[in-house]
Unconditional design. Structure first.
Length: 346
C-alpha cells in the first residue's frame, strides 16, 4: 500500500511543464505546513463530533433526535475530510503520525483507512482513466458508453436512467462505505488489516450500542437511516463535482502529469463557505497537482495555476456548484445511452 499522496515520476518532472509550475508554487511558499489552521480545524471538528453525540444523549427518547442525526451526518462528512487531508500528509510531515491521526479519524466514521488510502492513491495516479481509476469501476453505474455496452446485472438495469437515480442512490453511499471497508479486510495485500478490522468493528459496536441503549428500537432504526443516508448524500455531493463529466482516458491515453491532472478535474467556484463545506476539494485541479499542499493554500495556488495553464493553452475548467452537478448528470445520461437504445430495439 502506498501513501495517498501520489507524486509524478521523476521522468515526468525534470524540465517539464509541471516542474516549472512546481517551482512557482514552491517560491510562493504554498507547500509549507499550516499547523495553526489545522489545530483549529481539527479541534473544531472534534468538538462538533463530541458535542453531537452529547446532544444525542441529552435529547434521548424524542423524535428531535432525528435533527441530531442530520447534524451528525454533516459532522461525519467533515471528519472524513480531515482524514483525507491527514492521509495526504497535508497536516504532518511524518508518515507514522499521519497514519495514527488518519486511522483515528477514519474509525470515527466507520471507514477502513487502509482500503481507502490504497484506492485513493490509485485514483490520484490515474484520474478518470477508465481502466486504471478505481473510481470509474462499473460496479453499480456506468461511466462511459463502452462500459454501458458491456454492462450486465445491476449496472445494465440502473444505467438506463442512472442520471435520475444518482442522488437517490447516494443515500446508500454511507452504508456502502461500511460494507466495502469490511470486505476489503479479506485483501491480504493491505497492510495493518487486523488494526483496521479492530477499529471498524469497535466503531460499529459503539455506534449500535449507543443507538439502541438511548432510543427505542423503532426510533434507533430511524436515527440510523437518517444519519447514514444524509452522510452518504453529503459524501457523494463532495466528490461528484470533481471529475464526473470530465474527459475519460483509456489505458494508453496518458498525457503528461500536468495535463493528466488538469484536464480530468473541475474546480467549483465559491467563497469561504464553499471551502468549508467541500473541504477545499472545490480546488480539485490544484489538489491533484499538489496533493500534499494544505487545503487553505489551494485558493491562492489557484491564481498561479490558472494563469500558468492559460500561458500553456491548457483548458482549465471552473464552474459553479450547480453547474458542476448538471455536467456530471449530463455525462451519466450520455454514458447510459446505449442501454436505452438496446431497450427500444428489444
Amino acid at each position: 500500500m502506498t501513501s495517498a499522496t501520489a507524486h509524478p515520476p521523476r521522468s515526468e518532472t525534470s524540465g517539464s511543464d509541471f516542474a516549472r509550475l512546481a517551482r512557482k508554487i514552491a517560491d510562493a511558499g504554498l507547500l509549507g505546513r499550516r499547523p495553526g489552521y489545522y489545530a483549529l480545524r481539527i479541534t473544531t471538528v472534534a468538538g462538533l463530533y463530541v458535542g453531537g453525540w452529547a446532544a444525542f444523549a441529552l435529547v434521548g427518547d424524542s423524535w428531535w433526535t432525528l435533527a441530531v442525526a442530520a447534524f451528525l451526518a454533516v459532522v461525519f462528512g467533515q471528519v472524513a475530510l480531515v482524514a483525507h487531508d491527514v492521509a495526504h500528509r497535508q497536516v504532518f510531515r511524518r508518515r507514522r503520525i499521519s497514519e495514527v491521526f488518519g486511522r483515528t479519524a477514519a474509525a470515527g466514521v466507520g471507514m477502513g483507512y487502509g482500503w481507502w488510502q490504497d484506492k485513493h492513491t490509485r485514483h490520484h495516479a490515474n484520474p478518470n482513466n477508465e481502466e486504471l481509476d478505481p473510481d470509474l469501476d462499473p460496479d453499480l453505474l456506468v461511466w462511459s458508453q463502452d462500459q454501458a455496452r458491456a454492462a450486465t446485472g445491476l449496472p445494465r438495469l440502473i444505467g438506463r436512467w442512472q442520471a435520475f437515480l444518482f442522488f437517490p442512490l447516494l443515500t446508500l453511499e454511507g452504508f456502502n462505505l461500511h460494507v466495502v471497508s469490511v470486505k476489503a479486510l479479506a485483501n491480504r495485500s493491505l497492510k495493518h488489516r487486523p488494526l483496521d478490522g479492530a477499529l471498524l468493528f469497535a466503531h460499529f459496536a459503539a455506534y449500535l450500542t449507543a443507538l439502541f441503549w438511548f432510543l427505542p428500537p423503532g426510533m434507533a432504526v430511524a436515527f440510523l437511516a437518517v444519519h447514514q443516508c444524509l452522510f452518504g448524500v453529503y459524501l457523494g455531493s463532495l466528490f461528484a463535482p470533481n471529475h464526473k463529466g470530465m474527459p475519460i482516458l483509456k489505458g494508453d491515453d496518458r498525457p503528461d502529469f500536468l495535463r493528466r491532472q488538469v484536464l480530468t478535474s473541475r474546480n467549483v467556484k465559491g467563497g469561504w463557505f464553499t471551502d468549508i463545506a467541500l473541504g477545499g476539494l472545490n480546488h480539485q485541479i490544484e489538489h491533484h497537482l499538489f496533493p500534499s499542499m494544505p487545503s487553505p493554500n489551494l485558493r491562492e495556488a489557484r491564481i498561479l495555476v490558472r494563469r500558468y495553464c492559460e500561458e500553456l493553452g491548457v483548458d482549465y475548467l471552473e464552474t459553479g456548484l450547480i453547474a458542476s452537478y448538471r455536467q456530471a448528470l449530463t455525462s451519466l445520461h450520455q454514458a447510459g445511452a446505449p442501454l436505452r437504445r438496446a431497450r427500444v430495439h428489444a
